[in-house]
Design a protein around this ligand. Sequence first.
Ligand SMILES: [Mg+2]
Length: 220
Amino acid sequence: MTRVQPEVILDFDYTLFDTARFKRALAQALVPHGVGAQRFKVLYPKAVERRGRRYRYSTEKHLQLLRREVPTLSLVAGRRSLGAVIERSREFLYPEARAFLQRLRRHGFRLVLVTRGDPTFQLRKVRYSFIRHLFYSVVSAPGHKAATLRSVLRKGRPTYFVTDHSGELADVHRVFPWVFPILKLGGHGHVNHARTLKLPAFRNLKNIEAYINRNEKKEG
Ligand SMILES: [Mg+2]
């Protein structure tokens, strides 16, 4: 009997995308408008809308908060400068990300991108990363990842879930024990947390790919 096409579900920020570097570029883009990078950084968490387990950040909200503190900041000009950074999203993909996705596809995996946050903002970053075509589907929602995955997952399909967020990974692992969890280190994930949870954790995408291929050989 042929096996169902296996699927790899990937997180975006800090898994494929160097969000720390991207945030620094956003901050730098407003310096010519009289907004110090430090001020941008301080107001960042305030621009995040959190309701229950929802998480929603957008540059629009951030700009409006900055405008209150820097009255000379023009929203139109600020929007244009931040938009230019978002349109350069491709530059903020981890250098190995595109080839990693391409190889997984070539090896017969179905790829799904699941990103948490403000869908308009998240999908703009994905769009300008020019990787959309590599995915079977892209899902963006502000809600908790395990809840979002519920609409994506099909039991009976071998599925891997890769994220940098150890808490999120632990939740998914608990709710969907049949999904193979993989932690990408370097973002929100903590190696000690992964060790405590006994979840596989890797520093780079190449090792994640090797792990998936090894596991497929074993399972297939
Ligand atoms: Mg992430």
